[in-house]
Write a protein that binds this ligand. Structure first.
Ligand code: PGA
Ligand code: ZN
Length: 394
C-alpha cells in the first residue's frame, strides 16, 4: 500500500496484494466534481490518515483467498466504517480490484475474462467491446471558464474500437487546430485532456458538432454527447448557467432542445443529483433517441438505482467503482441495470492514474460505452488496453 500521485498532482493510493506465488496491484483515481452520495475517498480527504487507519485493521483481511471477492468486500465494510469514513473508499476500491486481479493472475486469465466468467456470466451479462466516449471540450468544475457544461463528449458509432479511438483523436486534433488557427484562440487542455476554448455552452456544442462532421470524410459517424454535471451549477433552486438562470422545468426544456438540436447520443447528469422526477421528465422526452445517464444521481449505489428504476428516471447509468468502494457492490448494480434494460457506461475520473482496470471492467460488464479522455497518458492507457482486448476477442 502506498501513496502515489494522481494525474493532477494530488495524492491517491496504490494497493499491492501478495498471494502465495503471485502479486497484483491497483491504483485508484480521485475526482473533482464529487457526487454528494459517494462514499468518502479518504477520511477528511487525508490520504495519510487513511493509510494509518487501514494499517490498524488490515489484519482482518489476511488469509482470505483472492477469489473470495464477497468475503473480501464484506470485510472491507466491516473494517471500513460508515461510507468508508475510516479507511477511505479509495483504499477499499484498491483492495477490491487488486484482489480480482490477483485471482485472475492465479487462474492465468485476463482481468476482464475472470470478472466475466466468475461473476457476470451468471447474471446473464454478455461480454461486449464498448464504444469510446471521449471528452472533447471542457467547462464546469473541470475548467472554470465560460462553459457551464462540464464536458462535451464525442463517440463514434458502428466501427471497431481501434478505428473509433482514431476517429475521436482526429476530431480532437482538428478542433485544436481550428481554435488556434481560425479563431485565434490560445487554447489549452484541462484535467481530462479536453480543450478549454473560452467560448460559451452553445458555441462549443456547435463547434463540436462541426468538427465531428469532419470524421464523416473518414467514413465514421461521430455523435455528440454532454455531461452537464448540473448539480455543480444548481443554486438556490435554479440552474445558473453563465448566460442564464433556469427553473428546473425550464432547464429540462433547455436540455431537451439541446439534445434534439445536436442529436446527442448521451446526456449525462442534466438535472440536480436528487431530482429523480426531473431526470424522468427528460428521459420521457428524449429517451428514445438519447441515452440519459445518471452519474451524481446514482453514484453507483444500488439503492439509488432502485429509486431511479421506480421513478423511470433514466435509461443509462454511469459506473465508477470508487463511488461505492467495492467490486461486489458495483457488480450488483450492473446486474440490476441489465435486468431493467438500463444501459451502462463505465467511466474514468477527472484525477486519474495510469491503471487500466476500467477497460477490463467495461468489457466484462457488457457496457455500451467507456467514458474517458481522448488524449493524455492516463486516459490513453485505458483506450489502448481496450484496443488490445478487442484484438484478443476477435
Ligand atoms: P469527476 O468527473 O471524476 O470529477 O467526478 C467525471 C464525471 O463527472 O463524469
Ligand atoms: Zn459525470
Amino acid at each position: 500500500m502506498r501513496k502515489i500521485l494522481d494525474s493532477r498532482g494530488g495524492f491517491t493510493v496504490e494497493v499491492s496484494l501478495r498471494g502465495k506465488k503471485k502479486g497484483a496491484r491497483a491504483m485508484v483515481p480521485n475526482s473533482t466534481s464529487t457526487g454528494s452520495h459517494e462514499v468518502f475517498a479518504f477520511p477528511d480527504g487525508d490520504v495519510d490518515l487513511a493509510l494509518s487507519n487501514f494499517a490498524k485493521v488490515k489484519g482482518e483481511l489476511i488469509g482470505i483467498g483472492a477469489s473470495e471477492q464477497e468475503a473480501i468486500d464484506s470485510t472491507l465494510h466491516k473494517i471500513g466504517g460508515e461510507r468508508f469514513g475510516v479507511i477511505g473508499g479509495n483504499i477499499a476500491t484498491g483492495v477490491s480490484v487488486a484482489a480480482a486481479r490477483l485471482a485472475a493472475a492465479v487462474e492465468e486469465m485476463e482481468l476482464y475474462e475472470y470478472v466475466h466468467e466468475s461473476f457476470m456470466r451468471k447474471l446473464g451479462v454478455k461480454k461486449r467491446i464498448p464504444r469510446p466516449l471521449g471528452n472533447l471540450i471542457g467547462g464546469g468544475a473541470h475548467s472554470r471558464n465560460r462553459m457551464s457544461i462540464q464536458e462535451i463528449l464525442i463517440s463514434p458509432s458502428g466501427v471497431s474500437f481501434a478505428r473509433g479511438i482514431s476517429a475521436n483523436a482526429s476530431v480532437h486534433k482538428a478542433l485544436g487546430e481550428h481554435l488556434s488557427r481560425e479563431l485565434k484562440i490560445s487554447t489549452g487542455v484541462n484535467v481530462e485532456g479536453a480543450w478549454v476554448s473560452g467560448l460559451g455552452d452553445e458555441e462549443n456544442l456547435a463547434l463540436a458538432s462541426e468538427m465531428a462532421g469532419l470524421a464523416e470524410e473518414q467514413g465514421v459517424d461521430v455523435q455528440i454527447g454532454a455531461d452537464f454535471a448540473a448539480s455543480e451549477y444548481f443554486k438556490n433552486g435554479k440552474y445558473e448557467y453563465q448566460d442564464r438562470k433556469l427553473s428546473p422545468a425550464e432547464n429540462a426544456e433547455f436540455i431537451e432542445e439541446l439534445a434534439g438540436e445536436f442529436e446527442m447520443a448521451v446526456v449525462e447528469d442534466p438535472m440536480n443529483e436528487d431530482d429523480y422526477g426531473g431526470f424522468a421528465k427528460i428521459t420521457r422526452g428524449i429517451g428514445k433517441k438519447s441515452l440519459v445517464v445518471g452519474d451524481d444521481l446514482y453514484t453507483t449505489s444500488i439503492d439509488r438505482l432502485r429509486e431511479g428504476i421506480r421513478s423511470r428516471s433514466t435509461n443509462g447509468i454511469l459506473i465508477k467503482v470508487n463511488q461505492i468502494g467495492t467490486l461486489s457492490e458495483t457488480m450488483e448494480v450492473i446486474g440490476l441495470a441489465h435486468r431493467h434494460g438500463i444501459r451502462t457506461v463505465v467511466s474514468h475520473r477527472s484525477r486519474e492514474t495510469t491503471d487500466d482496470f476500467i477497460a477490463h471492467l467495461a468489457v466484462a460488464f457488457g457496457s455500451e460505452f467507456i467514458k474517458t479522455g481522448i488524449v493524455g497518458g492516463e486516459r490513453v492507457a485505458k483506450l489502448n488496453e481496450l484496443a488490445r482486448i478487442e484484438e484478443l476477442e476477435s
